[in-house]
Design a protein around this ligand. Structure first.
Ligand code: TUI
Length: 309
């Protein structure tokens, strides 16, 4: 893993990035991942400017290693979040769920490395032109907001289309997935579902247990009609949402109202029946709660062994 371009870019030991999961990825999880040699990310999605600043300050106390912030572009607080990461001198941000064009200049002017999550070749090419340092090609196996192309198909097409390093995400949770991502031309991996079950992850215990016991077909994508499809574990919430979504009498506003606050309900309150337990398709492989250090070192050593390093 020496001379890995993503490790060199970010100043990290292992080419493993933790997904910036809304309502889940806090300063404690980010610092634990960074202390273990990966890149931890704080999710900005659910925080206003001052809450995000407090999280960044806490992470600075918990680790002297590089960490970043995930800017969810559909967040109601996005403008404040961009200002705060610039003011706090965060070294790297990832962007997701949209086109980051509006913010690229401001972030780059503050010397922040910008890594964009993309779900298409077109956006990968566009963000490279705008000065992104790397892209995360995220396949639709992943949890939360998803595109339409699988990791297996997306990663090599993005690799062929850009000159910046490509990080693979979606459906990766162990050394086999990491080795496969390398074979497709990726230089690093991002994992969400795997870190959701980390010991240091503060997500509600009910949610963690639901992910740990989930099997291969336990997730579903809803919200396509709203323009932001979301993958989550099947439950009462997704069943009712699905029913409403297929009923022509349902208005967009009704669906938006059903979705609003659902992730918070699951992640913070532990309501895994009526909340949204966003989770990737790889959940069936994630069966044990481990420390971030165990997760990162085991995935990297398993991948290295498979690749004959
Ligand atoms: O952003 C994510 N995953 C997320 S965000 C989230 S929070 C949420 N809460 C309630 C409802 C919906 C979301 C939960 N999970 N991943 C990064 C990602 N970005 N995946 C796919 C994309 C993406 C898709 C289309 C990025 C850009 C894009 O195209 C934008 C354009 O204009 O071309």
């Amino acid at each position: 893993m020496n001379k890995n371009p993503v490790c060199e870019l970010l100043g990290i030991k292992y080419p493993v990035i933790q997904g910036g999961m809304a309502w889940i990825a806090d300063a404690q999880l980010a610092a634990a991942v960074s202390n273990a040699g990966g890149l931890g990310l704080i999710a900005a999605m659910n925080s206003n400017g001052e809450q995000l600043r407090a999280q960044i300050k806490e992470a600075k106390k918990l680790t002297d290693k590089p960490f970043g912030v995930n800017l969810m572009l559909m967040s109601p607080y996005i403008d404040e979040a961009v200002n705060v990461v610039c003011e706090e001198g965060v070294s790297v941000v990832t962007t997701g769920a949209g086109n980051p064009a509006k913010y690229m200049e401001q972030l780059k002017a503050s010397n922040i490395k910008v890594i964009c999550v993309v779900a298409s070749v077109a956006l990968a090419v566009m963000v490279e032109r705008m000065g992104a340092s790397a892209v995360i090609a995220e396949g639709c196996e992943s949890g939360g907001h998803v595109g339409e192309t699988t990791t297996m198909a997306l990663v090599p097409q993005v690799v062929d289309a850009v000159n910046i390093p490509v990080i693979a995400a979606g459906g990766i949770a162990d050394g086999r997935g990491m080795a496969a991502a390398y074979m497709l031309g990726a230089k690093a991996v991002q994992m969400g579902t795997r870190f959701l079950t980390a010991k240091e992850c503060n997500v509600h215990e009910n949610y963690k247990e639901k992910v740990l016991s989930a099997k291969d077909r336990d997730t579903i994508v809803t919200g396509k009609t709203l323009g932001h499809p979301v993958r989550a574990l099947k439950n009462r919430m997704t069943r009712e949402f699905q029913k409403k979504e297929s009923d022509p009498a349902t208005t967009q506003a009704e669906l938006e109202a059903m979705g609003a606050g659902a992730l918070r309900k699951a992640a913070i309150e532990g309501d895994v029946k009526y909340g949204s337990c966003m989770c990737g398709q790889i959940a069936g492989l994630v069966n044990s709660e481990n420390t971030c250090e165990e997760i990162i070192t085991s995935i990297c050593s398993e991948a290295a062994a498979l690749m004959g390093a």
